[in-house]
Design a protein around this ligand. Structure first.
Ligand code: E4P
Length: 217
């Protein structure tokens, strides 16, 4: 499973990138707002740092507007993925932009039928939002399993990009189901390294090592 980082925070991307943990980046208007940076400037910096796909989201609500914004965003770098919402207009824009050979990420997906339409419209990535479904007491991972089944049934090329990830367990569940990509905030990726027994074990080893009076260097 590929790891995308869901942030526009350059320092956080750089830290994970140094460990080989960044296969791509996703941003959205809220993350750009949080960064306090100009969208083109910060996106260009991310694209220069990361080789993989970097999603930049359109903000128009009509298809022509999304297509124009998508073409403009695509000028930033070759690894730009144009992100459009899963509306009828978004699907129209997806069809045109993917037909031009551009990568398209269809976002704000909350149903298997929406994911099926995105695949038919030529999406490179579909972004189902698991955390926001969990928030309303619908199991977001059930949706990932449904989309996996449908895409496999018909050998769609569209990659399942699990989004709105909130916990390390979401990462594990996405990997178990066979999602192609998971995009997560940096803190969630780092939290995957944590285990209480690792901490306890290390504490015991350190205590015993101190009793030996030895040093390695
Ligand atoms: C990813 O592409 C989305 O922008 C993101 O995962 C949304 O996450 P949120 O529901 O935590 O805002």
């Amino acid at each position: 499973m590929k790891f995308f980082v869901d942030t526009a925070d350059i320092d956080a991307i750089r830290e994970l990138h140094a460990l080989g943990m960044v296969d791509g980046v996703t941003t959205n208007p809220s993350l750009i707002m949080k960064s306090g940076r100009d969208i083109k400037e910060v996106t260009a910096e991310i694209c220069a740092l990361v080789d993989g796909p970097v999603s930049a989201e359109t903000v128009a609500l009509d298809a022509d507007g999304m297509i124009n914004e998508g073409r403009e965003l695509a000028k930033i770098a070759d690894n730009i993925t144009i992100k459009v919402p899963l509306t009828w207009a978004g699907l129209q824009a997806c069809k045109v932009l993917s037909g031009e050979g551009r990568m398209v990420n269809v976002t704000l997906c909350f149903s298997a039928n929406q994911a099926l339409l995105a695949a038919k419209a030529g999406a490179t990535f579909i972004s189902p939002f698991v955390g926001r479904l969990d928030d309303i007491n619908i199991d977001g991972m059930d949706l990932i399993a449904e989309i996996r089944q449908i895409y496999d049934n018909y050998a769609f090329d569209t990659e399942i990009l699990v989004a709105s990830i909130r916990t390390a367990n979401h990462m594990k569940d996405a990997a178990l189901i066979g999602a192609d990509v998971a995009t997560a905030p940096p803190a969630v990726i780092k939290a995957m390294a944590n285990h209480v027994l690792t901490d306890k074990g290390l504490e015991g080893f350190m205590a015993d090592w101190a009793k030996t009076g030895q040093s390695i260097i």
